[in-house]
Design a protein around this ligand. Structure first.
Ligand SMILES: Cc1ncc(COP(=O)(O)O)c(C=O)c1O
Length: 396
């Protein structure tokens, strides 16, 4: 082995040992089946409180049939990027459906939500510009902000007075963008979008919202945060994912056609990557049609969410300010959170533990996410397990 390689492996070894000493080592465990209400790990069936497949569309018969038919017609991989030979009518149909759902002129699909965020922001912002990002924004948003070369300033959504001061102090030249998630993925609370949009308008800034956990979930029609807050006529750049409530894979941006044409020309993570397979585009298209046609899964999702939220809070747990199907249970110490997750697994409940650096030190949590497909029995079983384990660990 050359010396440089050895040095890098030593570095990896030290980093892994350090993470392990802090109880923060991440490891992979195969799940045999299950993006749904139940999953099978190592031969055991567990209630799944760790999926973003909120409406159960990943295993919906219509979604599966659409994907299978497209595979038969078109094969598995797209074979090239969209600008070469990877572009299919399935992408066009999907983009038209996203634009319809979001109420925008146009939309553009990326191969993942992560790729959308790291592509869109640098395509719009650059040196001399300023971006204001919420301190809990997803890693892909922060990566996108950093890659843009714009000045990055971080704000807290519970201190918008400070954001206002920062906006007032911004340089007079250059563009300004406020970037936020609409449903925070690790806290489950909602961004104060109407206030952010008002502030942006007053200070000549634009707003980009990441609707990863809102698409299909928020709003009477399930179209997301703009509908929920009645902001459809405001100029918000709406990003989202196809990978969560829509049960497929991929990311998107919805907005004016001129924005979409610009991204086709400038978003590197769109241009230089293989297109989303036609089968996935067809599956996501069908999922959007189900969201539009059938409010029942969304009704069940919110009923389940209410039951679970009330139950967990009734046991005395702090659930941050959750107002969505993401309901984190605050534990605090990393070691205790790990212990709680493994005790829950032993009781038949899979609930992921979220530790630093994903969340701030001292705020380790069990992140539960509720699905439309959970049965009352699933939730009763899981709640009883949370109560037993919480009492045993002195938390409930
Ligand atoms: C808020 C947020 N934005 C973006 C992403 C990335 O989306 P995807 O999983 O489709 O790459 C995620 C998912 O992890 C997310 O939670």
């Amino acid at each position: 082995m050359r010396k440089g390689e050895g040095d890098l492996l030593n570095r990896c070894c030290a980093a892994l040992a350090h993470a392990e000493s802090l109880q923060r080592l991440r490891t992979l465990r195969p799940v045999v089946t299950g993006a749904g209400a139940r999953l099978t790990i190592e031969g055991r069936s567990l209630v799944n409180l760790g999926s973003n497949n909120y409406l159960g569309l990943a295993e919906h018969p219509r979604v599966k049939a659409a994907a299978s038919a497209a595979i038969e017609r078109d094969g598995v991989g797209a074979g090239a990027s969209r600008l070469l030979t990877g572009h299919r009518s399935d992408h066009e149909d999907l983009e038209a459906a996203i634009a319809r759902l979001k109420g925008t002129e146009a939309a553009l699909v990326f191969s993942s939500g992560y790729l959308a965020n790291i592509g869109v922001i640098p395509a719009l912002m650059g040196r001399g510009d300023v971006i204001f990002a919420d301190r809990d924004d997803h890693a892909s948003l922060i990566e996108g902000c950093r890659a843009s070369g714009a000045r990055l300033r971080v704000y807290r959504r519970d201190r918008l007075d400070r954001l206002q001061t920062l906006l007032a102090q911004r340089p007079r030249s250059g563009a300004v963008l406020i970037v936020t998630e609409s449903v925070f993925s690790m806290e489950g609370d909602l961004a104060p979008l109407p206030d952010l949009v008002d502030l942006a308008e007053r200070h000549g800034a634009s707003v980009m919202v990441d609707d990863a956990h809102a698409t299909g979930v928020l709003g009477t029609r399930g179209s997301g945060s703009s509908e929920h807050w009645n902001l459809q006529d405001r100029p918000i750049i709406q990003m989202g994912t196809l990978s969560k409530a829509l049960g497929a894979l991929g990311g998107f941006v919805a907005g004016p056609k001129i924005l979409i044409d610009h991204l086709v020309n400038r978003a590197k993570s769109f241009i230089y990557t293989t297109a989303l397979p036609a089968a996935i585009a067809a599956a996501a298209f069908e999922a959007i049609r189900i969201v539009e046609d059938d409010p029942e899964p969304r009704r069940r999702l919110w009923a389940n969410r209410l039951f679970w939220h009330d139950g967990v809070r009734g046991l005395g747990f702090d659930t941050f300010n959750s107002a969505s199907p993401i309901i984190p249970i605050r534990i605090g110490s990393d070691a205790l959170a790990v212990e709680m997750a493994s005790a829950l697994a032993a009781e038949g409940v899979y609930a992921p533990v979220i530790r630093p650096p994903t969340v701030p030190a001292g705020s380790a949590r069990i992140r539960t996410s509720i699905l439309a497909t959970h049965t009352v029995e699933d939730l009763v079983l899981a709640l009883a397990a949370v109560e037993r384990v919480g009492k045993r660990l002195g938390l409930a």
